[in-house]
Design a protein around this ligand. Structure first.
Ligand code: NAD
Length: 488
């Protein structure tokens, strides 16, 4: 069978290639096929690693200023094509267009940040010692692999690529199989705008991630892996690296608590909690999964929250007015239904939603919305024994818990294997600070629904991951440290 050139989603050694076979990409709202992508195997992945190794010596010799110029050019190109890229993302991920556009603009900011931060990746001279000076040098760690998920298919990919390139590392990208097209398009655009030499930025799409990634992990020339995805796969990557060590950054699952203290601005807290839950239909690693409300303000807070939830408009992400897209697939929907059924069985009350969503009949309704839609849902009377209280739901369901005193809320918030993000709503400085200090999470948002900025390190504690992306820590993840002692 002749190779279909539209499936040429493999960028290897400067050349776009199709694979021996291809796989279909579907619109999760309609289940229609929107594209086909190359289905690479280990051979193509290893060819990319060969090219990365060949490119590494000259890429590390480029100046930080040169790399910054290339990254800024890529940022401008991303901004100029934001609408088109957002539409591409919505077509395969399902999120509302305005969210997709926000993610694209955030990705451009990340490219700019990495461009600037790469110029500050300097070392130091130590205090005078006998003999001569001591130096601390930083150098690129070497060829890197970036494995990214479908839920934020642009920002997760760009974050890794931008920091790796800024640090002087060639990088191979492996986007999620549900969303290969936006990842591939971003790789194309960054490579072209940045006029990157062959092998510096490459892309591998595949439906066989374990096999393809396994082949790369078995090769000690791969010096760095940066993974964003589930905790189970993240742990398997650590286990797969046998016989040699390599730098590994993991951004894994979360189970974010939000605490509403009784001195919070309640309308603002309700708006922020709803935003932090229902963005991307709840399929976010930093989505609020447990909402703790102080007993004294519960009666006033709940109607404000329900009002926000009632205002959400499910539908196709590309349609005007849609604020809630579908889940990525029916496996995700099954998990949501399992969590809701278990919570109800254990005494929770469905205060909003609680069912699969189907489009209301009527004029102007878009036909064919057969994807995995679920109504925006609020459960009251939740308790810590429910499945939803310990497992990441990854869907549009918000369980609400009551608490009496601050320490109890903090303790229950911390009672999870995860430690990615936590939200605090309140106004008393002392109690807010106490919560910030005691919460065991890599990210704490105070009266804020969107705690992601390029300037801030992003990442989790406990089973939510290791290392950070963003902030000055982000570039550290791609640099080795060398100590030099001199006797001159
Ligand atoms: P996933 O782990 O199934 O997939 C993520 C990536 O890993 C994909 O590219 C996939 O192809 C690849 N992959 C799958 N199996 C693999 C294997 N055996 N070896 C190597 N690579 C493999 O996760 P998902 O369901 O697509 O994404 C959702 C998860 O990601 C959630 O748990 C979410 O919380 C987490 N997430 C975390 C962050 C963060 O920054 N901490 C951000 C977004 C998503």
């Amino acid at each position: 069978m002749p190779v279909d050139p539209s499936t040429a989603t493999l960028l290897i050694d400067g050349e776009w290639r199709a694979g021996a076979s291809a796989f279909e990409v579907v619109d999760p709202a309609t289940l229609e096929v929107v594209a086909r992508a190359a289905d690479a195997g280990p051979q193509e992945a290893l060819a990319a690693l060969d090219a990365a190794c060949a490119a590494a010596p000259s890429w590390r010799e480029t100046t930080a200023e040169d790399r910054a110029t290339r990254l800024r050019a890529a940022a401008s190109r991303v901004r100029a094509r934001a609408d088109e890229l957002a539409a591409l993302m919505t077509g395969e991920n399902g999120k509302p267009l305005h969210e997709a556009r926000g993610e694209i603009m955030g990705s451009a900011r990340m490219l700019d940040w990495a461009a600037e931060e790469g110029r500050r990746a300097d070392g130091r001279v130590t205090a005078r010692a006998a003999g001569g000076p001591g130096l601390v040098l930083r150098s690129p760690v070497g060829p890197a692999l970036a494995i990214t998920p479908w839920n934020f298919p642009a920002s997760m990919l760009v974050r890794k690529v931008a920091l790796a390139l800024a640090a002087g590392c060639p990088v191979i990208v492996k986007p999620a199989e549900q969303t290969p097209m936006i990842g591939t398009e971003l790789v194309r655009l960054i490579a072209e705008a940045g006029e990157l030499p062959p092998g510096v930025l490459q892309s591998i799409t595949t439906t066989r991630p374990a096999e393809v990634v396994g082949a790369l992990l078995a090769d000690p020339r791969l010096r760095k892996v940066s993974f964003t995805g589930s905790t189970d796969v993240g742990l398997s990557l650590i286990r797969a690296t046998e016989g040699h060590l390599r730098r590994t950054s993991l951004e894994l699952g979360g189970h974010s608590p939000a605490i509403v203290f009784d001195d919070a601005d309640l309308p603002a807290a309700a708006a922020a909690a709803a935003a932090a839950k229902f963005a991307n239909a709840g399929q976010s690693c930093i989505a609020v999964n447990r909402l703790f409300v102080q007993r004294g303000v519960y009666e006033a807070f709940l109607p404000l929250l329900l009002e926000r939830v009632a205002a959400l408009r499910p539908g196709h992400g590309a349609d005007e007015g849609t604020t809630l897209g579908p889940l990525i697939d029916f496996a995700g929907l099954d998990k949501v239904e399992r969590h809701v059924a278990d919570a109800v069985k254990r005494g929770a009350t469905v205060a909003a939603g609680g069912r699969r969503w189907t489009p209301p009949p009527g004029e102007g309704a878009r036909p064919g919305l057969t994807g995995a839609f679920y109504e925006p849902t609020v459960l009251t009377g939740a308790d810590d024994s429910m499945l939803i209280s310990s497992e990441e739901t990854f869907g549009p369901v918000l369980p609400v818990y009551l608490f009496d005193d601050d320490d109890e809320a903090i303790e229950r918030a911390n009672a999870t294997e995860y430690g990615l993000a936590a939200y605090v709503f309140g106004s008393g400085l002392a109690r807010v600070w106490r919560a910030v200090d005691r919460l065991e999470f890599g990210i704490v948002a105070v009266n804020d629904a969107a705690p992601v900025r390029p300037e801030l390190p992003f990442g989790g504690m406990k089973n939510s991951g290791q290392e950070r992306e963003g902030g000055s820590e982000g570039i550290d993840a791609y640099l080795e440290t060398k100590s030099v002692s001199m006797k001159l």
